[in-house]
Design a protein around this ligand. Structure first.
Ligand code: GLC
Ligand code: CA
Length: 515
């Protein structure tokens, strides 16, 4: 396990929308380098960078055309290497986004695979044996080449699935995971990882990690596949870290991933926190924490078992911004929770200033409903929010036109801003080992339809009680033990602790260092 994960706090950067250094309206590597001091000063010590590889951008770069070449619009391989170095100079680790499941239709491998003559790449994608036959349970591409067959796709119709085999092949076109072509695909992915690790990246976030082997309901073969890949990493790159987009830590961590996310798809425990019809984190106070706790108990137990981490993201490029339907007091409560939970926190760029989900945008590069969460970072109140000096008609996506749009500069100057609260919380976490990635966790007060939520974090040397009341009403809890200790953090007014009772003001949070 990479040692640096023990106090890692990740910042997710969507390269096209973060900072444009050369006035073409699109973010780039040099722009990110310009903003590394901001990232460091806020307290982040790790980055996950969304795909930055050569691509026709039908799915914002998740349709890779060349795994070993950066997209020109972001800069050259050399510039990415410089970004790695600049990160490391500041004590920041950086993960790239690995998309092993599918490529773009424009990838050389797929072009060769489309040829009717047999060649090295014929079986590197999943093809049925006739254009009239569709792959079971998967969408497909048909009739775009002279090859007689249908090619399975994973996501959009221009993202053909690479062949990692079928757990239990039942049709002639389905191969075993250890057949020559699936094995070659797997080795090719290792080779890509090696390429970027040698250049200086610190690991990968892995796209759709649970879906490589097909028809594998219990993930037996998928886990084996990942054990092979992560085993290779552990031997040759022991400090590299891997986080999966999977959402089921009991499987992903068994596969050797260091971390997995709780996600907006799959079990609804994560959604119930911030994004369901009645989210727990809302002043309305109509949510319940128990859907989350049920999922978390299982997830956390797997983390313990495997020595891995379960990460709760503030959001990402696929979901609504956490600020949608929320005011700043509510957002501060969300962050008090996110930054005091186990696992490495992942904060999506802009969430730390409460950037809004931008309503009504036309889809960009396969974003559709996700487009509103992908708009340019708001650095200041000036032209294009300080994101770019280009003419605003050239921007990748428009910036918010709201006169009171949140921005970094204004929030840095306002002691009560969300950004300063986030900084305070990060500093609190980094000063208290119990609050960090591997500190133990236990629900202390978590009841159906009730506020507050109380949990205990502990390390060898400390015990900290974290109390969060996201509702707009005062809330109290009677615990089974007397609460004694010192309040080391409070948000939204002071909690009153009296014997076993904790009484909390509306929209508030506190941390009590137990004695
Ligand atoms: C993941 C990515 C998403 C992408 C999809 C297909 O879910 O996060 O943005 O569209 O995979 O690669
Ligand atoms: Ca640019």
């Amino acid at each position: 396990m990479a040692d640096w994960l023990k106090n890692a706090i990740f910042y997710q950067i969507y390269p096209q929308s973060f900072m444009d250094s050369n006035k073409d309206g699109i973010g780039d590597f040099k722009g990110i380098i310009q903003k590394l001091d901001y990232i460091k000063d806020t307290g982040f010590n790790a980055i996950w960078l969304n795909p930055c590889f050569d691509s026709p951008f039908g799915d914002a770069g998740y349709d890779v055309r060349d795994y070993k070449k950066t997209a020109e619009r972001y800069g050259s391989n050399e510039e990415l290497k410089e970004l790695f170095k600049q990160c490391h100079d500041r004590g920041i680790h950086i993960l790239l986004d690995l998309v092993p499941g599918h490529t773009s239709v424009e990838h050389e491998w797929f072009k060769k695979s489309m040829q009717p003559q047999k060649n090295e790449f014929t079986d590197r994608y999943i093809w049925t044996d006739s254009v009239w036959e569709q792959p079971d349970g998967l969408n497909c591409i048909r009739g775009i080449s002279d090859r007689d067959g249908s090619a399975a796709v994973n996501f959009f119709s221009m993202q053909p699935a690479l062949n990692y085999g079928y757990a239990v092949p039942t049709k002639p076109y389905q191969q075993k995971p250890d057949a020559p072509a699936p094995t070659a695909t797997r080795e090719a992915i290792k080779d890509i990882m090696k390429f970027w690790l040698d250049m200086g990246c610190d690991g990968f976030r892995v796209d759709m990690a649970g879906s490589l082997v097909k028809c594998d309901p219990e993930y037996k073969e998928t886990i084996k596949l990942w054990q092979d890949i992560t085993g290779y990493l552990k031997t040759y790159y022991p400090d590299a870290a891997m986080v999966s987009e999977w959402g089921e830590p009991q499987y992903s961590l068994a596969g050797g991933f260091d971390m997995d996310f709780l996600l907006h798809f799959g079990p609804e425990g994560y959604t119930s926190l911030f994004r369901s019809e009645k989210p727990y984190f809302s002043k309305k106070g109509e949510g319940t924490p128990t859907k989350f706790s049920e999922l978390y108990d299982v997830s956390y137990a797997s983390a313990k078992k495997h020595g891995g981490l379960v990460c709760i993201p503030s959001g990402n490029h696929d979901m609504d911004r956490i600020a949608r339907y929320r005011d700043f007091d509510e957002l501060k409560c969300c962050f008090a929770f996110l930054l005091t939970m186990p696992g490495a926190p992942f904060i999506y760029y802009g969430d730390e200033i409460g950037m809004e989900y931008m309503e009504g945008l036309v889809s960009k590069e396969g974003g559709f409903g996700r487009t509103g969460s992908r708009t340019p970072m708001q650095w200041n109140s000036g032209k294009n929010s300080g994101f770019s000096d280009a003419d605003s008609s050239m921007l990748y996506l428009p910036t918010s036109a709201a006169p009171d749009r949140p921005n970094v500069e204004a929030q840095l100057n306002d002691p009560d801003s969300l950004l300063n609260e986030v900084k305070k919380l990060i500093a609190l976490r980094q000063a208290n080992p119990a609050l960090q990635s591997y500190g133990d966790f236990e629900f202390v007060y978590c009841r159906d339809n009730r506020y507050p939520l109380i949990y205990k974090r502990s390390s060898e040397t400390q015990e900290i009680l974290v109390c969060v009341n996201p509702s707009g009403k005062e809330a109290d809890a009677v615990l089974s033990d007397e609460v004694r200790g010192k309040i080391i953090y409070s948000l939204g007014g002071s909690a009153v602790v009296n014997g076993k009772t904790v009484k909390m003001p509306p929209c508030s949070a506190c941390c009590i260092l137990m004695s």
